[in-house]
Design a protein around this ligand. Structure first.
Ligand SMILES: [Zn+2]
Length: 387
């Protein structure tokens, strides 16, 4: 957004070249007063301007604005990947995820500071406006066949292209751990399929893709479909903080099935999600707002949450929206509206032009089946998501 600041930063990056060591993460050298950043992303938090990704950047720090969290006071051991730091071009602030001195005598998380000068850079690349600049850091375990790892990268490229996630100062990078379930976990606190955080993992967030060995044995498409599902949670979280189960899991599992239909020609809605439908979704629709109230049998493979999402798609098409427009409202516009626990019912009405109560009443009028509400087999993510 501020072209002059961007140019200044680019100028600094390109006009001072030094050879730097390949340090992991950010290292502060008290002797020279410099900080070496292993990876840094510079952007203004919008999708409208160029961002820059660079490695081995040496800076002279200016004013320290905050010293971040004290716990955990360390970075996780390997294979936790090197942190990416974020230079907010709009605010002209550098946020360092984890910084230490070479001897480990000082370790801090989330330091925010001004930059006086950039004195060196290893590699840098420009990320054009409109191209996703959120940085996932892949940690793909050797227990996974190379076929899976290649397909994973292809899926991520497709998702970045069709559903771009943009970096901003509090949301710019996440590790992805993937391994086969019969191998050892990458780290003791990483397990399952989720966007996880907390516990022994501290304040970091990560994507965990524990791929059941049986899914390879039986050639199950879920070994791939979990990737768009979890990716979409990152997209949702980059816009919304919404602990309403069906509105988080329903769209994620629906997107998962649309991806699978588009890329593998498999109707995952009917083969994996629909069969688990429970009458509870019509008898107590509101219970699907809560993970605990709609757990177990009520929402196997998110069958009920997906049903509600598909019914919403059908109801929106009654408002003279095309199918792609209806799913754009559900998968994109609703999250861009920034729903929270406090305002989500108002946002729901605003985006969908139907109240939550009216919608729940409508759900009860549908047959307990996906048959009448399935999206077209030729519906594509690129038609749904648009700038
Ligand atoms: Zn999920």
């Amino acid at each position: 957004m501020n072209g002059n600041l961007l140019k200044k930063f680019v100028y600094l990056i390109f006009h001072f070249f030094f050879i730097t060591s390949a340090y992991a993460d950010a290292v502060y050298d008290p002797a020279t007063g410099t900080i070496t950043l292993s990876h840094v992303l510079a952007g203004d938090g919008s999708s409208k301007t160029e961002s820059i990704y660079a490695t081995n950047v040496q800076i002279t720090p200016g004013a320290i604005l905050s010293l971040g969290k004290a716990w955990p006071p360390y970075i996780h051991p390997s294979p936790w990947p090197s942190e990416v730091d974020f230079y907010d071009i709009a605010a002209q602030e550098l946020k360092i995820s984890y910084i230490r001195t070479a001897d480990g005598s000082i370790e801090l998380n989330d330091v925010v500071l001004k930059v006086d000068a950039v004195s060196g850079v290893g590699f840098s690349e420009s990320i054009a406006p409109g191209i996703a600049d959120y940085k996932f850091r892949y940690v793909l375990d050797d227990s996974l066949p190379s076929e899976w790892r290649n397909e994973f990268e292809q899926i991520m490229n497709n998702l970045h292209r069709d559903i771009p996630i943009y970096a901003k100062s509090d949301w710019y990078s996440m590790p992805i751990f993937a391994w086969k379930s019969d191998a050892e976990r990458p780290l003791p606190f990483v397990s399952g399929g989720c966007i996880c955080g907390g516990g022994e993992g501290g304040h970091f967030r990560w994507m965990s893709l524990e791929i059941p060995a049986s899914e390879f044995e039986y050639n199950q498409i879920h070994r791939y479909s979990i990737v768009p599902h979890e990716y979409f949670h990152v997209y949702q979280l980059s816009h919304a903080d919404l602990p309403v189960k069906w509105l988080m899991e329903g769209p994620a599992a629906t997107l998962e099935s649309i991806y699978v239909q588009e890329n593998y020609g498999i109707n995952y809605f009917s083969s994996a999600q629909g069969p688990g439908l429970s009458e509870q979704v019509r008898e107590n629709t509101a219970s699907y707002e809560s993970y605990s109230a709609s757990g177990g049998e009520a929402d196997i493979n998110y069958s009920g949450s997906v049903f509600m999402t598909l019914v919403l798609g059908a109801e929106l098409q009654k408002q003279d929206l095309s199918e792609a427009e209806a799913y754009r409202k559900i998968l994109q516009d609703f999250f861009l509206a920034g729903p929270t626990l406090e305002n989500w019912e108002a946002k729901f009405l605003e985006v969908f032009s139907i109240s939550v109560d009216s919608f729940y009443s409508a759900v009860k009028t549908y047959e307990l089946s996906y048959d009448a509400v399935l999206p077209s087999v030729d519906l594509k993510l690129s038609q749904i998501f648009s700038n």
